[in-house]
Design a protein around this ligand. Structure first.
Ligand SMILES: Cc1ncc(COP(=O)(O)O)c(C=O)c1O
Length: 413
């Protein structure tokens, strides 16, 4: 079908002067102040955290939600609740944030990072399979930038091996995989509501699950400090426990944000797909692929890869030029490569520190970029920015694509 001739996009002087929107100042839903006032007026007696937990669980269609001060403590709470022993292994996405792994490290579990398939930001069932062993207990999937891991084959593989499947949904809040919501695709999932994130508050996070035992144990160990009353004595602590409770004022803001997040996510989906379509028209530029199983792309972070040899500058210079030209925060993010970034693990494995001593580990481990060559190569040419947000309109998508196009033309080999 003959397409309409495309008008070249020309950003207005006003748009150029204003620049691309960023998440700050944060969009706060209308009821934020109302719920905060309720907390204050009640003299801290209202159970805003409980209200948020109920509302979030209902919105996701799950049985249980435990609200925490962030995703990092939520994931720690999840691993506290699991019946895993020091030296047991958890398969973890190799491209992620440190917050994904801190909880399992705290429990002396050993992360194993499979590679990604070439050109992909997430791992897959095929790359996970060779990493499974007798000590593997769980697979922790990160839906990086809002692109889902392909969960059906991962769940099938996990079922074959009797493994638990967890999701880190920090970057995919209310995204949908084959019409199913992020956070409902495994045994449990954790979220972040830090101020930069899609449902941003001042801080905050949560764990969700349909498993009553996992819920009960996470509530007990992660929120109630593993404390239980003994007659004639008072509280005793039967386990290592923490008080990872979402603050009431944070819960008030999260509750208000929850009322609007789905419309923000629907808008992000449209704007992200538009931006990626425009970027894909630029020779040498490959936006993160959006697989067809992503029904709602809750894009948190935008990014693309540069074709090797297509430009006369290193990727870092390309990114710096974009940042100067108006895509603020554009930069490489090689530090997302966990096996390379976790120097602590390199040291511990070299020194044979617990739990990397044998026992409790049953083999030796090495952590380096070379263990995940595809993920390493992906990140070497991956330029991303974190200022994409619900405020973007089609003209912002076009402006961002124009900036990338002009930079690409400038540096084209
Ligand atoms: C994928 C991922 N996991 C975990 C975290 C940690 O979340 P929080 O800051 O709420 O602890 C982040 C935060 O950036 C993240 O992006």
């Amino acid at each position: 079908m003959p397409g309409r001739p495309k008008k070249p996009f020309r950003a207005s002087a006003k748009l150029l002067a204003e620049g691309l929107p960023s998440p700050f100042p944060r969009t706060l839903a209308p009821n934020a102040l109302k719920y905060l006032r309720e907390v204050v007026d009640s003299g801290m007696t209202t159970d805003m955290m409980g209200r948020f937990e109920k509302a979030f669980a209902e919105a996701l269609g799950v049985q249980y939600c435990i609200a925490t001060p962030g995703c990092t403590p939520a994931l720690h709470g999840l691993f506290l609740a699991c019946d895993f022993a020091p030296g047991d292994e958890v398969i973890v996405s190799p491209i992620t944030d440190y917050g994904t792994v801190q909880g399992l490290l705290a429990q002396d579990l050993i992360p194993v990072f499979p590679d990604t398939p070439p050109g992909n930001i997430n791992f897959s069932a095929e790359t996970i399979a060779p990493c499974l062993g007798p000590r593997t207990r769980a697979i922790l999937c990160v839906h990086k930038t809002g692109i889902f891991c392909d969960m059906d084959p991962i769940n099938a593989l996990a079922a074959q091996h009797g493994l638990m499947v967890f999701e880190d949904c920090c970057q995919a809040v209310f995204g949908q995989y084959k019409a199913r919501l992020a956070g409902t695709l495994g045994h449990a999932a954790c979220f972040s509501f830090d101020p930069e994130k899609t449902m941003g508050s001042d801080t905050g996070g949560c764990m969700v699950t349909n498993d009553p035992e996992l819920h009960e144990r996470a509530r007990y160990c992660a929120q109630n400090r593993a404390g239980t009353m003994r007659a004639g004595f008072g509280r005793v602590h039967t386990d290592v426990g923490y008080a990872y409770r979402m603050p009431q004022c944070t819960a008030a803001i999260c509750l208000a944000q929850l009322e609007h997040v789905r419309e923000w996510v629907a808008h992000r989906d449209k704007m992200a797909r538009l931006t990626y379509r425009l970027l894909s028209e630029i020779p040498g530029v490959t936006p993160v692929p959006i697989p067809s199983y992503v029904d709602v792309f809750s894009c948190w972070m935008m990014g693309f890869n540069l074709a090797p040899g297509a430009f006369r500058c290193p990727p870092a210079e390309f990114a710096a030029t974009l940042a100067n030209a108006g895509i603020s925060t554009a930069s490489l993010a090689e530090y997302y490569l966990m096996p390379a970034a976790l120097e602590v693990l390199r040291r511990k494995t070299e020194e044979g520190c617990f739990p990397y001593s044998v026992p409790p580990a049953s083999r030796t481990y090495t952590y380096s970029a070379e263990s995940c060559p595809n993920a390493r190569d992906f990140l070497k040419t991956f330029i991303r920015w974190v200022t994409f947000c619900e405020k973007w309109q089609p003209e912002h998508c076009a402006l961002a694509a124009d900036i990338v196009r002009e930079t690409a033309n400038h540096y084209r080999a």
